[in-house]
Ligand binder design. Structure first.
Ligand SMILES: [Zn+2]
Length: 475
């Protein structure tokens, strides 16, 4: 979607350049110039930005589009219970269901100021047709995205009870209805490679990465192969990492060392990796992440909702680990409001840190949600409003009550406004939201179609429900 040049005229404030009036000229998907009273080229489209804050689009660096229809279904569930309940809602979906749940999420994100996302897609076995469908959703929505193809060749041993606690009914249900059966290593790698060949760099803004589900569910061979494939094809690698204490314990038992120590030792860690959660990293593992430049993608709302841990944000930042932020899927965090996650990044540790000068700042939180996310996506020219940067930006209406009075736009973005005043959204130089409405998606039709999907999926997955209910009874 390569659009004609755009001149954003007389913005009241540009984050983080300061007060205006400031003009921003966008050409060929990039910011061509920023300054006062720029001379517009012929044929330019002018957007009046008086009473507007212009901010970089936020980057949601960890999300699961398949879970998007499960908002409001999972209060007081821990990691093991939610993981199985979520299988009931996401396994065996049709192409239309895959498409609609991604588009509903894209609409939520774009309309609240998020312009780019890493979608850790899907959990169960998938085919090239499924990848084509979700890529089409991002293409149609005009969003920037990484589709991380979630693979594993080991057991989900972190979410099944140990053998001595397993009931005969649960064992039988797992034998017949387990949607998380590992696929052979070679098959998964061939599929990911084929998907990258076919879909990576679609529309110039949709990437496809290998995305091991979680290193504790993968063989060394798979982890090393993902690193090698990323190197060869110049992609990133996305994964979950040490979300729960159980995962840290499983790694210690299997390898006699921390998961990250093991990944480093086998050559499966580099700056190409972005790792969601990172709640249970040891100090030694934080140092390793820093040394390799691997990105920690923080998901504080998800971690608090399902009680899986607290990300060590000040320690990560102090050690120089690049950080990004994600919402995670709707089962563990029912909203995609990245401003909420930014606020938690800034305040989560304050009660435990008596020295206020060590607290995470608003500027840290904004950098994590913009340039940090860009680093996770391996988009070096994304996340800031400077000449040459990719033109993903958001205009907030400063006449909306959340901004009145305008004291400090950065603080009010993190601690106050929640996306309700998003007026115009530009991704890759194209206007995708105008006056708060998507410019190409028929929102009403999509939302109506998505309303009725979930009961049908649940009926289809009654076998998985038996497992989920048995796990919930044990947990
Ligand atoms: Zn996740």
């Amino acid at each position: 979607m390569q659009a004609s040049p755009i001149l954003i005229r007389a913005a009241t404030w540009v984050l983080s350049a300061g007060p205006g009036p400031t003009d921003i000229l966008i050409e060929s998907g990039r910011i061509a110039a920023i300054g006062r009273e720029l001379t517009p080229p012929a044929g330019v489209r002018v957007i009046d930005a008086r009473d507007r804050l212009v901010a970089p689009g936020l980057v949601n660096a960890h999300w699961h589009s398949p879970m998007q229809l499960s908002a409001g279904t999972s209060d007081r569930m821990n990691h093991k219970v939610f993981m199985w309940e979520n299988q009931v809602d996401t396994a065996n979906r049709s192409q239309e269901e895959i498409y609609l749940s991604a588009v509903v999420g894209c609409l939520q994100m774009l309309k609240s100021g998020t312009t780019a996302v890493i979608d850790h897609f899907p959990e169960q076995g998938f085919g090239l047709d499924d990848v084509a469908t979700v890529v089409k959703a991002y293409e149609d929505c005009g969003m920037r995205a990484v589709v991380g193809l979630r693979i594993f060749d080991g057991e989900y041993s972190d979410i099944v009870p140990p053998a001595e606690r397993m009931t005969p009914q649960l064992r039988a249900a797992l034998a017949t209805g387990n949607t998380l059966q590992p696929r052979p290593l070679r098959e998964s790698l061939d599929l990911v490679r084929a998907a990258i060949d076919k879909f990576d760099r679609t529309a110039g803004r949709i990437r496809v990465f290998p995305a091991p589900s979680n290193p504790v569910r993968c063989s060394d061979a798979m982890l090393v192969a993902c690193q090698q494939m990323a190197q060869e094809l110049d992609t990133g690698v996305h994964c979950h990492l040490l979300e729960t204490r159980t995962q840290a314990e499983l790694a210690a038992r299997a390898y006699g060392r921390g998961m990250v120590e093991h990944m480093e030792a086998i050559g499966a860690l580099s700056a190409r990796w972005s790792c969601a959660h990172c709640n249970w990293l040891s100090p030694a593992e934080i140092a390793i992440m820093s040394r390799h430049g691997a990105v920690a993608v923080l998901n504080p709302e998800s971690n608090l909702k399902i009680g899986s841990g607290v990300p060590p944000i000040p320690a990560l930042l102090a050690a120089g680990v690049p950080c990004a932020v994600g919402t995670d899927g709707a089962s563990t965090n029912d909203n995609l409001i990245l401003q909420d996650a930014m606020q938690l990044i800034a305040i989560l540790h304050r009660a435990q840190e008596p020295e206020r000068r060590r607290w995470v700042t608003v500027d840290d939180a904004i950098a994590i949600a913009t340039t940090g996310g860009a680093q996770a996506m391996r988009e070096g020219e994304l996340g800031s409003l400077v000449p040459g940067a990719k033109a993903d930006l958001v205009l907030y209406d400063l006449s909306a009550p959340w901004w009145i009075p305008l004291n400090d736009p950065a603080q009010q973005l993190v601690f106050g406004e929640r996306g309700g005043s998003v007026d115009t959204v530009i991704v890759d130089g194209a206007v995708v939201v105008e006056n708060g409405r998507h410019t190409t998606i028929d929102e009403k039709a999509v939302l109506n179609a998505a309303r009725a999907i979930l009961p049908g999926i649940r009926r289809r997955n009654a076998g998985v429900h038996t497992i989920a209910a048995a796990i919930a009874a044990l947990e």
